[in-house]
Design a protein around this ligand. Structure first.
Ligand code: UGA
Length: 445
């Protein structure tokens, strides 16, 4: 267990509440500050502004150690101040740091040395700029540490409490040590480094994960052309210990609040410094194209999509969350509507509202697929694993399933009477390309 300290958290969003809750779980006193009055009031009433597994329990269990406030002065007497505010992309693709700067404007003046800890994902060089700004304001008793978060939605509490590593980049050793001590009790390698490298570790890790996804998606596209099955290929490739099995699930492209924004920010950061990050540019482009490939698959089976009824099953950017930010479902729905198709959409938790104007929301899978010309699996919800039933087949106008997540077993789905297409899997056992003819050998003499 770590020695108990007092921690201030700027931002009662997803990162701030997970960070605050988990530090309280480690035995610290936590004060979370946000500028939104209704959010603070809701938190006082025990209501969370989003869904995240295990977080309500963590916050409830540590209720006595967590306070919520609108007043930044309540954070004056803390040992560490964590910045956990959003850094959305601007029109240029750079990260918008205005929330970070306004949190810094609100920093309380403390009597003793504090450490300011950046959890938000920021461009490399931000720490240096913040340090200069703090010095300019005479806040010389405030250390600066970059301590990026590696939390995935749906498993954030587990990721915080069982991290693969803890990255701590500091200008002064004592500040790095103070932040490391806050994590006492967790078993994980600690990477103590400089601030710029810590900032880059976060961006590089996300970029590498996206590279793996776009890579396997391109392998999937080639698999389709040559009659191989990408699920088998990923299994065989992932067993190489140098490569590993993670993030090799081919599908409909990555989305979410982090990957698309962070890839743009890193690409932009590189080009602002005069470097064209070609590989990352390709990763992003492959992802954009991947989201649209389902449309071609539908056209292959249905011809023109005008007037066709398409059921989109799953709207969240991945299973286990109601988050639709940068979700492939949004691109797909708008492409299908532009082709003149009728779009029915279903998700167990995500509610698109204005985001999916023109699509009809269905309350159940059965409702969405009734009379449909095709059902498209967009999010890998467990509820969809049993989609290929006789009931569904009978209720559809055409029993066609496009499986954007390779969730179903192709053979079983076909045996149940459906036409089935996954991503990177032979569309039917007989549809691989004909073999290239051997060149005729000339008989000499
Ligand atoms: C991601 C990272 O996994 C976290 O480590 C990181 O801290 C976080 O971004 C962040 O920067 O804050 P998250 O966006 O919640 O977390 O979701 P992931 O589980 O990583 O999935 C991202 C996207 O990739 C999803 O659309 C998912 O469907 C897709 N994906 C993932 C694939 O298409 N194939 C895979 O094999 C894995």
């Amino acid at each position: 267990m770590a020695e108990s300290r007092t921690i201030g958290v700027f931002g009662a969003g997803w990162v701030g509440l997970v960070t605050g809750g988990c530090f309280a779980e480690l035995g610290h006193e936590v004060i979370v500050r946000d500028v939104m009055q209704d959010r603070i009031e809701a938190l006082h009433a025990g209501q969370l502004p989003f869904h995240e597994a295990n977080l309500p329990e963590v916050l409830e269990r540590n209720r006595d150690r967590i306070r919520y406030t609108l007043d930044p002065h309540d954070l004056a007497d803390t040992d560490a101040l964590f910045i956990c505010v959003q850094t959305p992309p601007t029109y240029s693709g750079d990260a918008d740091l205005s929330f970070v700067w306004s949190a810094l404007d609100d920093l309380p003046r403390a009597e003793r040395r504090q450490v300011l800890v950046m959890k938000s994902t920021v461009p490399v060089g931000t720490g240096e700029k913040v340090r200069a700004a703090l010095e300019g304001r005479g806040l010389t008793n405030l250390g600066y540490v970059s301590n990026p978060e590696f939390l995935a939605e749906g498993s954030a509490v587990r990721d915080f409490l069982n991290p693969d590593r803890i990255v701590i980049g500091a200008f002064a050793d004592e500040d790095g040590a103070a932040v490391e001590a806050l994590y006492g009790g967790l078993e994980a390698p600690v990477v103590r480094t400089d601030v710029a490298s810590a900032e880059m570790i976060k961006l590089a890790a996300n970029a590498f994960l996206m590279t793996r996804i776009s890579f396997i998606n391109e392998i999937a596209n080639v698999c389709e052309a040559v009659g191989a099955d990408v699920v088998e290929v990923a299994r065989g490739v992932g067993l190489d210990h140098r490569l590993g099995p993670h993030f090799l699930r081919a599908g409909i492209g990555y989305g979410g609040s982090c990957f698309p924004k962070d890839s743009l920010a890193l690409k932009q950061l590189a080009s602002n410094s005069g470097y064209h990050f070609q590989l990352l540019a390709a990763v992003i482009e492959v992802n954009e194209l991947q989201k649209r490939r389902v449309v071609q698959k539908l056209q292959k089976h249905l011809g023109k999509l005008r007037g066709k009824k398409i059921a989109l099953l799953g709207l969240a950017f991945k299973a286990g969350t109601d988050d639709m930010r940068e979700a492939p479902s949004l691109v797909l729905a708008s492409r299908l509507l532009a082709e003149g198709a009728e779009v029915r959409a279903w998700d167990p938790v995500a509610r698109p509202g204005e985001l999916m104007k023109g699509a009809v929301l269905s309350d159940s899978v059965a409702d969405a697929v009734r009379d449909a010309d095709a059902a498209v699996i967009v999010t890998e919800w467990d509820e969809l694993r049993g989609l290929a039933t006789q009931e569904v087949r009978d209720s559809m106008a055409r029993p066609l399933i496009i499986d954007g997540r390779n969730l179903l077993d192709p053979a079983e789905t076909r045996a149940a009477g459906f036409a089935y297409e996954g991503i990177g899997r032979p569309s039917s056992p007989f549809e691989s390309l004909p073999e290239t003819a051997e060149p005729e050998t000339k008989v000499s003499g």
